[in-house]
Design a binder for this molecule. Structure first.
Ligand code: BGP
Length: 469
């Protein structure tokens, strides 16, 4: 890899990624409002979002570590409820001041902030009013975005929303995010459409303000492969791909849902007695934004192998890291099946770097409006073992994982795909939404009792890459 990264330009973006709720802690500090997670996690009793990685207080140390280990960028998100505790109303000046300090620290350390406005942490007040299923939520989001665009002028790289599909799938299909609905297909597809509208309106607004910066959104993409090449399995893969990838990609970069995409979506809706409400004027908003995105953030972790399935929907979520405990079957769409020879993580995620290469090639070919691509998340969830304070934590499997995915990225670049950056998920260990604290991703180990940071082997390796470029 060391030799191969020499092919990258000096200004290639090497980043570490974080999300406000997963790292900040301090969920009640300085006037912050509740998110949809606070009461939910408390009632669940599995783990607490406090103190998380205490980034709210320790960001100077983390930003410094990022810089020392060769990173020139960081993904952070703004907690909507630090700015507007209820999601709307008067801005909370303590929250505003915190983000000014954070961005200043990043910039002073040569670590460029890439800032998302929404990373799974909907304000509780708005969640109770229907979250993204309530069209008024779009207005609230755009007002919040407008405030941030005008206030945080030091931010030059914006993302509107992180992973629309993960949010809607986890909330309404898999049922492992609040409000825990299972296979509520109407809500899942409607939330996707409404979030796309919110993104598009924020982009259109940003462009009209003529601020000196860039904006885009982040999709997590999971290439879907038929487990065998039978017509039924191929159709199942096309259906599931439409539901989790294509609908959103069309909406984002074509500003339209193509006829082929809608045929597949309508088949899923019909088979599941579901519907989608697209209102007059919606598509014009998407169309206007489709060519205005400056870049595209692509999160990639895994691909899926699918076989045709007409039985009842059902799923088992592996939220513990007990290998082999998950299953997913979607009526009239398909069933997720293991693929011989493809290794999996303890959480049953397929390790399949070829999927990253395939999806990059597809995006470049089918969605040229995506323009510049940044890999905004990629990494391995692993049960890292702490040995002693003077011993570097050995996370060789993470190095292998990143190495293989970087190789896929470099191959796609060589073949003309315009990838300009890579953010490892995650900068430091942080809790995982539906898994808790034992699923670690960081380049830096966090002792969650003392909040001390320790270097992992992957951080040292990453620094070597950065120094070689
Ligand atoms: C993405 C999210 C991140 C992060 C990551 C790992 O979907 O944007 O916030 O959590 O996945 O996922 P998990 O924590 O479920 O392993």
């Amino acid at each position: 890899m060391l030799n191969r990264v020499k092919a990258l330009p000096k200004n290639f973006v090497w980043g570490g990624a974080t999300a406000a709720y997963q790292v900040e802690g301090a969920t009640k500090a300085d006037g912050k409002g509740k998110t949809m997670w606070d009461d939910y996690l408390k009632a669940q009793g599995r783990f607490s979002p406090d103190p998380a990685s205490d980034f709210y207080h320790r960001y100077p140390e983390d930003v410094k570590l990022a810089h020392e280990y060769g990173l020139n960028a960081i993904r952070v998100s703004i907690a909507w409820t630090r700015i507007f505790p209820k999601g709307y109303g008067e801005p909370n000046q303590a929250g505003v001041a915190y983000y000014h300090k954070l961005f200043k620290t990043c910039i002073e350390n040569g670590v460029t902030p890439y800032v998302s406005l929404h990373h799974f942490d909907s304000p509780k007040t708005l969640f109770d009013q229907g979250d993204w299923l309530n069209r008024k939520n779009i207005d609230y989001f755009v007002a919040y975005a407008e405030f941030c665009f005008k206030e945080f002028k030091e931010v030059k790289n914006w993302f509107t929303i992180n992973e629309l599909i993960s949010l809607s799938l986890s909330q309404y299909i898999a049922g492992n995010f609040p409000p825990n609905h299972h296979f509520d297909v109407t809500s899942a597809i409607q939330a996707q459409h409404n979030e796309l509208l919110a993104h598009a309106r924020a982009v259109n607004l940003y462009k009209s303000l003529h601020l000196n910066g860039r904006i885009g959104l982040i999709h997590v993409l999971q290439p879907i492969y038929p487990i065998t090449q039978t017509p039924a399995n191929k159709h199942a893969a096309a259906l599931y791909d439409a539901f989790i990838n294509r609908f959103l990609l069309d909406g984002t970069f074509l500003g339209d849902y193509s006829d082929e995409t809608m045929d597949l979506i309508n088949e899923i809706l019909q088979k599941n007695n579901a519907k989608l409400d697209i209102q007059a004027g919606d598509m014009a908003i998407l169309k206007q934004a489709a060519t205005q995105n400056d870049y595209f953030g692509l999160n990639y972790y895994q691909s899926q192998f699918i076989q045709a399935y007409d039985g009842p929907s059902g799923n088992q979520f592996n939220g513990t890291g007990d290998k082999g405990s998950s299953s997913f079957s979607f009526h009239g769409v398909g069933q997720v099946v293991p693929k011989a020879g493809v290794p999996t993580t303890d959480w049953d995620w397929n390790i399949y770097p070829k999927g990253l290469y395939d999806i990059l090639k597809r995006i470049a070919k089918e969605y040229p409006n995506s323009k510049t691509i940044y890999i905004t998340e990629n990494g391995l969830g692993y049960k890292d073992q702490f040995v002693s304070a003077d011993q570097v934590i050995d996370d060789e499997p993470r190095i292998d994982y990143i190495d293989q995915h970087l190789a896929a990225l470099l191959q796609a670049r060589k073949e003309g795909v315009n990838v300009q950056g890579y953010f490892v998920w995650s900068l430091q260990d942080q809790f995982s939404w539906a898994n808790g604290y034992n699923k670690r991703y960081g380049l830096f180990y966090v002792d969650f009792d003392t909040q001390k940071r320790y270097v992992k082997k992957s951080a040292q390796w990453f620094k070597e890459l950065a120094d070689t470029m």
